[in-house]
Design a protein. Structure first.
Length: 294
């Protein structure tokens, strides 16, 4: 059993080790040197008279006692953070806070230029770091506080994550200016007869355009696939391939932009954050900036 009067910072270390399963990563997240993390763990072990975490091939594995108390530690730290956040009013004009945002290249291109323009005008001392979104770890990154927000094409389904649609952009077909077949109008027959370039962060699988075509009993011919959305306009500009992309991305390049010959919902961007940061005044300010930037 833990003795009273334990250092609160020790429990921050406990929580970080439990989340990161690595002393090295814990030090990086908490900005602590490795010896300080090891010392904190040693003090926790003495406090509880239990190893708490055991090193194995997969990292630092919690003992049964550590697994039992992990939820209570998480809740206590969250309550403390919320109480501090409530009292701490974010002063945008004078803040030097650094926000970290997870986003893929398409969402960065569609949304962030205008967001950063507005942030710079309102709060010149604020800095922003944009990190490549990884689907497998996005919920963990938000829950651990490593990032403030994530920008995703869909709401995140985890119950601890709050999502808000902040942008939508209609899909169009982009082709090069001197395309040998397509002129001012694109028929569905032409669309299906030509080769297409497709981008998806996933290595395989269909996109929203393909699902829309499937509802019509149709299928396009994808001859080039990439994980980099911003590569599509450059591919289209040098080939006869078609790319079905959000209008604002197509219009940013010297391409012919045509209306698609079938119905498809617009591309969407959702801002996602963890419930523990919902009352953080700085996080609320950033969400408001993003939500009102079009």
């Amino acid at each position: 059993m833990a003795r009273s009067g334990s250092d609160l910072n020790l429990f921050r270390v406990f929580h970080a080790i439990h989340e990161e399963v690595s002393l090295t990563r814990t030090g990086e997240v908490l900005h602590m040197p490795q010896p300080a993390v090891s010392n904190a763990l040693a003090r926790l072990r003495g406090t509880y008279s239990d190893p708490l975490f055991v090193r194995n091939a997969s990292g630092m594995t919690p003992t049964p006692l550590a697994a039992t108390i992990a939820g209570d530690v998480r809740k206590a730290l969250r309550l403390l953070t919320e109480s501090v956040d409530t009292a701490d009013v974010f002063d945008a004009a004078n803040s030097d806070r650094r926000f970290r945002i997870l986003a893929g290249d398409l969402n960065v291109a569609l949304l962030m230029p205008k967001v950063l323009e507005r942030v710079g005008a309102i709060s010149p001392g604020v800095s922003t770091e944009i990190i490549q979104l990884e689907r497998s770890s996005v919920v963990h990154d938000l829950a651990s506080g490593q990032v403030d927000l994530a920008l995703n094409a869909l709401p995140l389904s985890d119950p601890q994550i709050i999502s808000l649609k902040v942008m939508e952009d209609p899909y169009v077909c982009a082709v090069r200016r001197d395309h040998p077949v397509i002129r001012r109008r694109l028929t569905l027959k032409q669309y299906l007869s030509l080769g297409h370039a497709h981008a998806s962060s996933r290595r395989r699988g269909l996109g929203q355009v393909d699902f829309a075509l499937r509802r019509l009993g149709k299928q396009r011919r994808i001859t080039a696939r990439t994980q980099h959305h911003l590569g599509l306009p450059h591919i289209v500009a040098k080939t006869n391939l078609l790319a079905s992309i959000p209008r604002s991305l197509a219009e940013a390049y010297d391409l012919t932009v045509l209306k698609l010959a079938f119905d498809i919902p617009p591309a969407e961007i959702h801002a996602c954050w963890h419930k523990s940061t919902d009352s953080d005044s700085g996080n609320r300010w950033l969400r408001d900036v993003i939500a009102h930037t079009q």
